[in-house]
Ligand binder design. Structure first.
Ligand SMILES: *[C@@H]1O[C@H](CO)[C@@H](O)[C@H](O)[C@H]1NC(C)=O
Ligand SMILES: *[C@@H]1O[C@H](CO)[C@@H](O)[C@H](O)[C@H]1NC(C)=O
Ligand SMILES: *[C@@H]1O[C@H](CO)[C@@H](O)[C@H](O)[C@H]1NC(C)=O
Ligand SMILES: *[C@@H]1O[C@H](CO)[C@@H](O)[C@H](O)[C@H]1NC(C)=O
Ligand SMILES: *[C@@H]1O[C@H](CO)[C@@H](O)[C@H](O)[C@H]1NC(C)=O
Ligand SMILES: *[C@@H]1O[C@H](CO)[C@@H](O)[C@H](O)[C@H]1NC(C)=O
Ligand SMILES: *[C@@H]1O[C@H](CO)[C@@H](O)[C@H](O)[C@H]1NC(C)=O
Ligand SMILES: *[C@@H]1O[C@H](CO)[C@@H](O)[C@H](O)[C@H]1NC(C)=O
Length: 393
């Protein structure tokens, strides 16, 4: 899921600053000297994909015991579903106890939005042997869905959500460090980075505090983030050929599908000979948008991917690497055979016609089978193939 206003601020910001941006690959900073006396600190924990196509992992929050929380890179806060949060002795009220957030892309098809209110407080949050004693969390008190025919009956799938999104994405008042950035600030991990090693078969791992090269097969391709958000630039490929250059790509594992600019997605569907449907949706809560969905013969998933670095960023002698969406994850509805529902959809809600900007919202289907590393020190996202793409091990 993505926090609604994070998106908008990115889109607006990139309009103002996009023209003179250079997208060089950032140098890695060497942290080796700073922790040579300490025990190595990182965590590698199991994750799973649920029926609603969200990835989850086990976290303990206060005295609640292990809670199954959605792992999101489109938002930055921790929210716990009503009735599950049990305070520990470390619990403290947050500065402002009122909490409110809006999420975009909240159903299985990646559409609709939701408002959530809660009580803000501080308590201990842990995964594996990594722990933050006073982490900001929100205990959900009420929620409401918009623009969905059959809204879910719970605020959040599983037991809640943990945002691994950008540092400035917090909705607490004043903004709080997200869990991952608290670990960085407290120097609880060797390196301020995390990796998502999510398999195509519904199991995977989250790696916090290092790049786990043992999970990777082949090259690791680093790409600088735009505006220090989880946004990169790449080329879109069909049958391993570039069909669209210099595309803005928002890396949001909490979105269940992949949403491309409307016209480009329509032309991809047409060239594949797929039937598609256009409908109106008010994803932004007010401004009606057009949304394009498609179905395809289950036995014939396309070869669609993203190529990094984008051609215009290539250094002399450097070659780009194409990362295709796995053929195993193209059906969002999990049909047995016949007519499948495409995980790629079109939308114009990230486009600004006046400014000629468009963006891709790249959700969990692209992550599956790949190792995607978010390095908050160099503001780099690295793309690689998993050694075991089915299981992420
Ligand atoms: C934390 O867990 C990791 C494995 O996930 C292990 O390698 C590391 O040694 C542990 N650190 C401590 C301090 O126990
Ligand atoms: C979370 O913990 C439960 C209970 O200990 C376990 O059954 C489940 O497999 C764990 N989930 C993941 C993704 O590791
Ligand atoms: C959490 O919120 C619920 C309402 O959803 C409330 O009943 C409960 O007392 C709250 N728990 C704490 C510890 O604040
Ligand atoms: C959340 O709180 C705001 C402000 O008090 C209110 O306008 C809104 O209706 C609430 N939303 C929900 C889902 O309870
Ligand atoms: C993927 O999952 C299915 C069903 O759980 C299982 O039968 C199959 O062996 C798995 N494949 C791999 C490569 O792990
Ligand atoms: C791609 O974007 C970069 C950076 O904004 C720009 O320098 C380059 O001219 C663009 N290339 C194409 C082919 O649009
Ligand atoms: C597949 O299903 C969709 C929606 O259920 C429908 O609109 C489309 O016509 C079907 N396509 C084929 C080839 O049966
Ligand atoms: C679209 O771009 C124009 C021109 O840069 C800008 O004035 C406008 O605010 C943008 N609209 C949205 C919804 O971002």
């Amino acid at each position: 899921m993505a926090r609604l206003f994070l998106f908008l601020s990115f889109v607006l910001f990139s309009l103002a600053h996009g023209a003179d941006k250079s997208f060089n690959i950032a140098a890695r900073r060497d942290y080796a000297h700073s922790h040579h006396l300490r025990k190595r600190q990182y965590a590698i924990e199991a994750t799973g994909l649920d029926r609603a196509l969200y990835w989850f992992g086990n976290f303990s929050v206060g005295d609640s015991g292990p809670l199954s929380l959605l792992i999101d890179t489109g938002s930055s806060d921790i929210l716990i579903d009503p009735g599950l949060y049990k305070p520990s002795k470390n619990e403290l009220p947050y500065v402002n106890t009122k909490f409110a957030i809006e999420y975009e892309g909240v159903n299985k098809a990646g559409y609709g939005f939701e408002n959530i209110n809660g009580t803000a407080l501080l308590d201990t949050v842990s995964i594996g042997n990594l722990s933050v004693k006073h982490q900001a969390i929100a205990n959900i008190t009420s929620f409401q869905f918009f623009d969905l025919r059959k809204p879910p009956t719970v605020a959040l799938e599983r037991n809640g959500i943990i945002g691994f999104g950008p540092k400035d994405g917090s909705q607490f008042m004043p903004p709080a460090d997200p869990f991952f950035f608290s670990l960085c600030a407290e120097k609880a991990i060797d390196e301020c980075r995390f990796g998502l090693a999510f398999g195509t078969n519904g199991t995977g791992q989250i790696v916090i505090g290092k790049l786990d090269t043992t999970l990777i097969d082949g090259d690791v391709v680093p790409v600088s983030e735009v505006d220090q958000q989880y946004v990169t630039v790449g080329d879109v490929t069909l049958d391993n050929k570039i069909i669209s250059k210099n595309q803005t790509i928002i890396m949001d594992v909490g979105t269940n599908n992949i949403q491309g600019p409307l016209d480009l997605t329509r032309s991809i569907f047409e060239s594949l000979g797929w039937s598609s449907k256009l409908r109106v949706s008010d994803q932004l809560g007010g401004k009606p948008d057009r949304v394009l969905t498609a179905s395809f013969p289950c036995g014939k998933p396309p070869t669609l991917g993203f190529s990094f670095p984008t051609e215009s960023q290539l250094k002399p002698g450097q070659k780009a690497t194409i990362f295709n969406i796995s053929p195993d994850v193209w059906d969002s509805a999990k049909h047995k055979s016949g007519n499948c529902t495409s995980i790629l959809g079109g939308t114009n809600f990230l486009s600004n016609v006046t400014a000629h900007t468009t963006a891709w919202l790249v959700g969990q289907p692209f992550f599956a089978g790949h190792y995607i590393d978010f390095d908050a020190t160099s503001h780099t996202i690295s793309y690689a193939n998993l050694k075991n793409p089915a299981t992420g091990t």
